[in-house]
Design a protein around this ligand. Structure first.
Ligand SMILES: Cc1cc2nc3c(=O)[nH]c(=O)nc-3n(C[C@H](O)[C@H](O)[C@H](O)COP(=O)(O)O)c2cc1C
Length: 284
C-alpha cells in the first residue's frame, strides 16, 4: 500500500507555545474561514488517491486555519473531487460546528465524506477550559491545579490502532469504492449534543466580533489588540454564564427533549456512528 503524507506548513508559521494575543488573534480569520498561505505542497495534482484521510484540529469552533487553507487550495479541489474522505478530529471537546463547516467545504469540492473519527480531551468541559489554554500559553501539557492534564489520553491514542487495522482490511476489499462508512462499529465518535447550543452562541459571537476585528486591521497588527482584549473579557463572561446556564436549562427540560437530543446525537455522529459492535475484532 502506498501512503502519501502531506504536512501543511502555513506562512507565517503559528508559534507554540502561543503568545496570549497571537492565540486570540487567530479567531477572526478562523471564524470567517480566511486562511493563511501555505508553503508549496509536495502534492502535484497528478495523484489519484483511493482514500484521503484529513486530520484536523478545531480552532475557535472552526477547522484549524491550515486545514481551511488546504481545502481552499486548488489542488484539494482537484485531488478530492469524487474521492472518499475520512475526517479525523483532535480537539478539546467542541467540534460540532467545526464539522458542519468541514462538511460544507468538502461538499463544495465534491468530496465524499464516508467516516468521521473524533478524539477529545480526557478532562470535562469545565476543566479543559482552564487546562487547554494553559497548555497553549505555557507549552506545558501538565496537570494544572490538580485537574487532569490537557490533551487526548495516551491510552486512547494507542487504541486508535483499531482504525488503521480496519482500514487496511477495508482497502484490501476495495470497500472504499462503496459509499458506506469503513469505521462503523468501532466507536469512532461520541457526540454531546448538549454542547451544540453553547457552540451556536459562541460561533455567532466569533463571527460578529471577528468582523469588527477584521475591519480594524490584518492579523498581527497592533490595532487589533485593544479590541481583542475587550473580546477576551466578553468571552470569559460568556463562558462563565452561557455554558452553565445552557447546561442547567437543558438538564431541567431534558425529559421533554429526550427524542430531539437522541436525533441530534445520531445526526452529529454520522457517518461512522458511536456503535461498538466491531470493537472485539480489533482488540489491542
Ligand atoms: C487557536 C486554537 C483554538 C482552539 N479552539 C478550540 C475549539 O474551539 N474547540 C475545541 O474543542 N478545541 C479547540 N482547540 C484545541 C485544539 O483543537 C486541540 O485540542 C489542541 O490543539 C491539541 O491538538 P493536538 O493533540 O493535535 O496537539 C484550539 C486550539 C488552538 C491552538
Amino acid at each position: 500500500m502506498d501512503v502519501h503524507l502531506e504536512v501543511l506548513h502555513p506562512l507565517p508559521a503559528y508559534p507554540f507555545p502561543w503568545p496570549f494575543f497571537r492565540f486570540f488573534d487567530a479567531f477572526p480569520e478562523a471564524a470567517h474561514l480566511i486562511a493563511p498561505k501555505l508553503e508549496p505542497l509536495a502534492l502535484t495534482g497528478k495523484e489519484d488517491f483511493d482514500l484521503v484521510i484529513l486530520f484536523y484540529q478545531v480552532w475557535f469552533l472552526a477547522p484549524s486555519l491550515p486545514t481551511t487553507a488546504f481545502l481552499q487550495h486548488p489542488l484539494a479541489a482537484k485531488l478530492l473531487k469524487g474521492k472518499p474522505v475520512i475526517t479525523v478530529i483532535a480537539c478539546r471537546n467542541m467540534w460540532l460546528k467545526a464539522q458542519e463547516k468541514m462538511v460544507s467545504m468538502l461538499s463544495g469540492i465534491n468530496a465524499r465524506l464516508i467516516d468521521n473519527v473524533v478524539f477529545t480531551d480526557r478532562g470535562n468541559v469545565f476543566a479543559t477550559l482552564i487546562t487547554t489554554p494553559l497548555w497553549f500559553l505555557t507549552g506545558k501539557q501538565a496537570s494544572f491545579f490538580g485537574l487532569p492534564p490537557p490533551g487526548i489520553a495516551p491510552s486512547e491514542i494507542l487504541q486508535a490502532q483499531r482504525f488503521g487495522l480496519a482500514l487496511q482490511n477495508a482497502l484490501a476489499d476495495d470497500a472504499e469504492k462503496s459509499n458506506a462508512p469503513l469505521l462503523a462499529g468501532l466507536k469512532a465518535v461520541e457526540a454531546n449534543p448538549k454542547l451544540y447550543f453553547t457552540e451556536k452562541a459562541a460561533t455567532r459571537s466569533f463571527y460578529y466580533w471577528g468582523k469588527l476585528i477584521r475591519a480594524a486591521g490584518e492579523p498581527g497588527q497592533w490595532i487589533r489588540k485593544p479590541i481583542l482584549f475587550l473580546y477576551v473579557i466578553f468571552l470569559v463572561a460568556l463562558i462563565v454564564t452561557v455554558i452553565p446556564v445552557s447546561l442547567t436549562l437543558q438538564a431541567l427540560i431534558r425529559p421533554l427533549l429526550r427524542k430531539q437530543f437522541a436525533r441530534m446525537k445520531y445526526n452529529f455522529e454520522l457517518p461512522s456512528g458511536s456503535g461498538t459492535e466491531r470493537m472485539s475484532n480489533y482488540v489491542i
